[in-house]
Write a protein that binds this ligand. Structure first.
Ligand SMILES: Cc1cc2nc3c(=O)[nH]c(=O)nc-3n(C[C@H](O)[C@H](O)[C@H](O)COP(=O)(O)OP(=O)(O)OC[C@H]3O[C@@H](n4cnc5c(N)ncnc54)[C@H](O)[C@@H]3O)c2cc1C
Length: 404
């Protein structure tokens, strides 16, 4: 196998531009193909935590990220009357670790701006076929001319096309966690300021989140459901119908939030799903971020995994003269880190939407006992530990001698 000089990266959100930055620093030429017609602003809040903070610092963007924080500093768990039953501060200021919350679109832009000017971005296109040959991976695009690259990296998210083309159907790797989630932009009709309000009934959660970085606020719905029943792929109207069936009359502001969904410019609905794979590479095709190891929104660690994974992958490609040992080393270093961070999701789901009345009362009672005794503080500690659980400078296991 020959060395890697040209790389196609599919997906320009978090993982893709981070990888493009680091590959360029190692002298490789990068093309990024993105399905969206243009960079997408906005979106939900994501977290740059633990080792990902170091990655951001090494990229020289930590200061810029700090200038764009969501500033959402409290979560109020409210009752049907809107009165606060319990409240917490997100990880940011509990002293349990390094955590920076930022809107996904802001982070994607900052990361993209950190890629050099000669990085080629192909917006509004997608890979339609991948064929590996002796001289690299021959890539067919929907719109652009076909081209051969030394390496292809899929960073195209939970529903990755690269994964489907190179590894098989999503069902083979999807691990459903038993809940459906929706998040959309709505007016801030409660006039809340830099806080989130979350209302629960057993198995359900709905809330309103405000940040000065959002247009308005975000309405969130979370519902336990034994099977997704195809709803994750259903037409938008069916998904909204489902939410109406589950949440109408649930209490608090649920009916108002459901009404607002009709005008939401960015309605999002999906299953809470992780991606579990035995291998993240095949030949000269590799997966990165949610495409290879989505931990689900319930872990809050997807962004961190995407940024750290990009750093490790680029480092290993720089260390080895051929892709195979580099990709093996990437997997060996990332696997324990991914396992630790995917492992948090169940606790996160149980915390945000307890299944039973008793679970709900217990959560709120524990939260009222104070920060040192709270479930959150234990969850926080687990989140912080998992986010730090990789040594960015460690040599890969059985690392061969470095090449100049
Ligand atoms: C509702 C919700 C809440 C979340 N909350 C948090 C949180 O609190 N904290 C946190 O850290 N993470 C959170 N996440 C997860 C986080 O958004 C992801 O883990 C993170 O964005 C992963 O980055 P990525 O680059 O791997 O994938 P993505 O951000 O999913 O990006 C994939 C990119 O690939 C593009 N793409 C898709 N298909 C193709 C194709 N065929 N060809 C070309 N391009 C394609 C997409 O348009 C997109 O730009 C949340 C996710 C959701 C959905």
């Amino acid at each position: 196998m020959t060395a890697v000089r040209t790389v196609l990266v599919s997906g320009a959100s978090v993982a893709g531009p981070t990888l493009a930055h680091w590959l360029h620093r190692r002298g490789m030429r990068v093309t990024v193909v993105e399905k969206a017609p243009a960079p997408r602003p906005g979106g939900h809040a994501v977290d740059v935590r633990g080792a990902a903070v170091d990655v951001a610092e090494r990229m020289g963007i930590l200061g810029t990220i700090r200038e764009h924080l969501t500033q959402t500093s409290r979560v109020h768990f409210v009752g049907p009357d809107g009165r606060t039953r319990a409240e917490i501060s997100p990880t940011m200021d509990t002293g349990h670790g390094r955590s920076l919350e930022i809107v996904r679109g802001d982070l994607a832009r900052i990361l993209r701006e950190a890629t050099p000017a000669d990085t080629e971005y192909l917006y509004g296109d997608t890979v339609t076929a991948l064929e590996e040959g002796p001289d690299g991976v021959h890539v067919t695009f929907r719109h652009h001319e076909p081209h051969t690259f030394d390496l292809v990296v899929g960073s195209d998210g939970l529903h990755s096309t690269t994964r489907t083309l190179a590894f098989g159907p999503e069902e083979d790797f999807a691990h459903y966690l038993g809940a459906l989630i929706s998040i959309s932009t709505v007016p801030n009709h409660l006039g809340i300021d830099r806080e989130a309000q979350l209302y629960n009934t057993p198995g359900l959660g709905c809330g309103l989140i405000h940040s000065p970085r959002f247009e308005g606020a975000k309405a969130v719905f979370l519902a336990h459901e034994t099977e997704p029943g195809g709803l994750d792929r259903a037409p938008e109207e069916d998904q909204k119908d489902y939410l109406r069936k589950r949440f109408t009359g649930a209490g608090w502001e649920s009916d108002r939030l459901l009404e607002e969904l009709a005008q939401a410019p960015d309605f999002y609905f999906d299953s809470v799903t992780q991606i579990h794979m035995d291998r993240w590479h095949r030949g000269r095709i590799a997966l990165l971020g949610d495409a290879g190891y989505c931990p689900s929104p319930m872990s809050g660690q997807g962004t961190t995994l995407a940024m750290v994974g990009a750093h490790v992958l680029a480092e290993e490609l720089g260390r080895h003269t051929t892709p195979e040992p580099a990709l093996e080393a990437y997997e060996a270093r990332m696997r324990p880190y991914v396992r630790a961070n995917q492992g948090i999701a169940d606790t996160g789901l149980g915390f945000l939407a307890p299944r039973t009345r008793l679970g709900l009362a217990t959560r709120n009672a524990i939260l009222r006992l104070g920060p040192l005794l709270t479930t959150l503080s234990r969850l926080d500690t687990r989140v912080a530990r998992a986010a730090e659980a990789i040594d960015l400078d460690a040599p890969a296991p059985q690392d061969p001698p470095r090449h100049a």
